[in-house]
Design a binder for this molecule. Structure first.
Ligand code: 2NL
Length: 356
């Protein structure tokens, strides 16, 4: 920094001249724009060396100041020019590098193994497609529910065993994890008048955890409410469903049962698609265990108390509803013998369900 701090005009002019030279030397070794800009600000910035030199101008006689000012301007211009040239040559070098890269277009591509859908997702999508084809809408809703939407509206009184701590997960604020997807149907009916024709797929929660139960499992329910909806409509709908899901020769069997939210209620069995109920295959069938039938879910006519709870006229409309566990449907359809396989994320299992 020759002459810096020296007193005469000539000293200052020389200092400005060496400023540009010092700067050029300093950035010669820099190869990135941010570093070059930083160096520039060390010379020309608010606290830069040029600015510091300008502060000495006050000590110079008036008459000699223009010469020093001119030297300052030359230094500034020189520094800016050096920056520009250096950045331009860096850009050029980068471009030359890009252009000199050669690509062997004959190399085989790197294969990416496409992902597949989880079997439970496949089953859900397939069921959705079947019901969409029968004019149903797919509805979803919250996993955390009020006891009213999950139980009370469904004619399930406070002393019903399903409401015990043992079966239901309670969370803070007096809320629960839904134990079925019925609250979605309740919310849909509350939101508007009949007709309602929906299916509600989604995960539900119960305090079970053993070889045949997981505390969370995918469930699917259907609901059709309108004037003159009959048990016959329920049966026809279930037949159409099982024939699309398991195959066109599938039959159904309804066994009298009980649910608080339906009356009458029935368990739904589908005829075994593996042995088709025919001897001798049936007697040793691993799927239906020789019964010829597969239990797939529950169903019934919507209880008038449920219709009344959502503000529907129980004398004007009727409805049917049904429910099924999607993991059971997936086990039956794909011959999976251990429920836990669905939740272990073992690729050897998952890769057996191809894409598409
Ligand atoms: C099951 C049994 C069932 C329903 C679910 C339902 C919903 C409303 C009103 C009336 Cl909003 N019923 N759902 C009805 C009968 C059976 O599920 O999931 N068994 C595996």
């Amino acid at each position: 920094m020759a002459g810096e701090g020296a007193g005469t005009a000539q000293d200052l002019v020389r200092s400005f001249e060496s400023l540009a030279v010092d700067f050029a030397a300093e950035i010669a070794g820099l190869a990135a724009e941010p570093e070059i800009r930083l160096a520039q600000s060390r010379y020309l910035g608010k606290k830069g060396r040029a600015t510091e030199l300008m502060k000495l101008l006050g000590r110079i006689p008036q008459a000699e100041r223009p010469a020093v000012g001119a030297a300052a301007n030359r230094a500034r211009e020189a520094i800016e020019k050096v920056v520009e040239k250096r950045l331009a040559s860096l850009a050029e070098a980068a471009m030359a590098g890009e252009l000199s890269r050669s690509v062997d277009v004959t190399l085989p591509g790197r294969a990416h193994r496409g992902g597949t859908l989880h079997p439970l997702t496949r089953v859900r999508l397939e069921i959705e497609q079947i019901f969409l084809g029968m004019g149903y809408e797919v509805r979803t809703g919250p996993l955390i529910e009020t006891e009213w939407h999950n139980f009370d509206a469904l004619n399930t009184p406070a002393d019903h065993p399903a409401r015990d701590m043992q079966d239901t997960f309670f969370v803070e604020g007096g809320l629960i994890l839904r134990s079925h997807t019925s609250p979605v149907q309740i919310r849909t009916m509350l939101a508007g008048p009949p007709p309602v024709k929906i299916i509600a797929p989604g995960n539900v929660f119960r305090r079970d955890d053993d070889a045949t139960h997981t505390p969370m499992f995918p469930h699917g329910e259907g609901l059709h409410v309108d004037k003159n909806v009959s048990f016959e409509d329920l049966k026809a709908t279930l037949i159409a469903f099982v024939q699309r899901f398991f195959g066109p020769r599938t039959e159904i069997r309804l066994r009298p049962s009980f649910f608080p939210f339906t009356e009458p209620s029935a368990e739904v069995d589908a005829s075994c698609f593996l042995c088709e109920g025919k001897q001798p295959a049936r007697s040793t069938c691993r799927l239906c265990k020789g019964t010829g039938w597969l239990e797939i879910g529950g169903s019934g006519m919507v209880h008038p108390n449920v219709l009344a709870a959502v503000g529907y006229d129980k004398y004007d409309v009727t409805g049917f509803a049904f429910g099924m566990g999607l993991s059971r449907m997936a086990m039956l359809k794909y011959g999976v013998t251990d429920l836990r396989l669905f939740y272990e994320n073992d690729l050897r299992f998952l890769q057996q369900f191809p894409a598409g």
